[in-house]
Design a protein around this ligand. Structure first.
Ligand code: AMP
Length: 277
């Protein structure tokens, strides 16, 4: 494990190409491991980063209490075949006087951005820094965080960063719950009610497969499912184009992303499904 920009650059220079990077905030679960295994299978060298990025948490969000277990994570990274683990301290990424941020136009106006002001600027800034420091050939990101994936893909294209973004499918528990580091916060009953997010998305995807194309109706299937749970407070249901740039009104024409956010008990959860005609 290395903690400094200087050390990771020196070790990365010795690794054979292609080099894959899996950025994480730790508290590893099978979702993270699926990204690591995919990258391990496709790249000659595998680098993972472990950094709980303060800039992507808003005031009142769970930065201080975010689950952290570096020892367990380091063991899992090693077992999955990570060649180099970069676990920087905060001051390595944000040195004194740090004053530069990266904002992807429009991201803060989309539903997840509106709910979490500053979040995607925090994400884009740290991802740009990590890509600059590690200089991977490929970066592996999960579809679980659909708008994050869209934002990073946009930023890589707009700044012509020499990296390929590889999107990896969402890993779920057998009952449908999308794996998330935040699931550890859920009580038994909250977890049961949290299934309404994936169940709602599944029901809407089934309706879409059966020919329903009305955006409002598809959104209502998801919101109805989540709102029927007393412990769940719906934040938004969004049906956007494939790049998540704009909300779809009326008929769904091409590929679309249906996403949902809700608070279950004290825990904010997100999930999404891609609809392909
Ligand atoms: P995080 O540690 O939450 O920042 O996530 C690190 C990476 O793992 C991101 O690219 C996430 O999209 C991805 N990820 C998180 N949960 C899942 C999941 N259930 N399935 C697939 N990828 C995931």
């Amino acid at each position: 494990m290395v903690r400094t920009v200087e050390a990771v650059r020196a070790e990365r220079a010795e690794l054979p190409a292609p080099v894959g990077l899996v950025p994480t905030m730790g508290a590893l679960h099978e979702g993270h491991l699926s990204l690591l295994r995919r990258a391990r299978g496709e790249c000659r060298s595998l680098i993972a980063s472990l950094f709980v990025n303060p800039a992507q948490f808003g005031p009142g969000e769970d930065f201080a209490s975010y689950p952290r277990d570096e020892e367990r994570d380091a063991r899992l990274f090693a077992e999955t075949g990570v060649d180099l683990l970069f676990a920087p301290g905060i001051e390595e990424i944000y040195p004194p006087g740090h004053a530069t941020t990266v904002t992807v136009g429009g991201a803060e106006e989309r539903p997840e951005g509106l709910s979490r002001p500053g979040h995607f600027t925090g994400v884009a800034t740290v991802v740009t820094a990590l890509l600059s420091i590690v200089a991977p050939d490929r970066a592996y990101l999960g579809e679980k965080d659909a708008q994050q994936l869209a934002v990073v893909s946009r930023l890589v294209r707009d700044l012509a960063l020499p990296v390929e973004v590889v999107a990896c499918p969402t890993v779920r528990d057998p009952d449908g719950l999308a794996l998330s580091s935040r699931n550890v916060y859920l009580s038994r009953e909250e977890r049961r009610q949290a299934l309404s997010l994936s169940a709602g998305l599944r029901a809407a995807a089934a309706a879409f497969a059966a020919g329903v194309r009305d955006a409002g109706e598809l959104r209502r299937i998801v919101s109805g499912c989540v709102s029927s749970q007393p412990l769940a407070v719906l934040d938004y249901v969004s049906l956007a184009d494939g790049e998540m740039r704009e909300e779809i009104e009326g008929e769904v024409q091409g590929e679309a992303v249906l996403s949902v956010a809700a608070r279950v008990g004290g825990t904010r959860l997100i999930d999404n499904v891609r609809l392909r005609p």
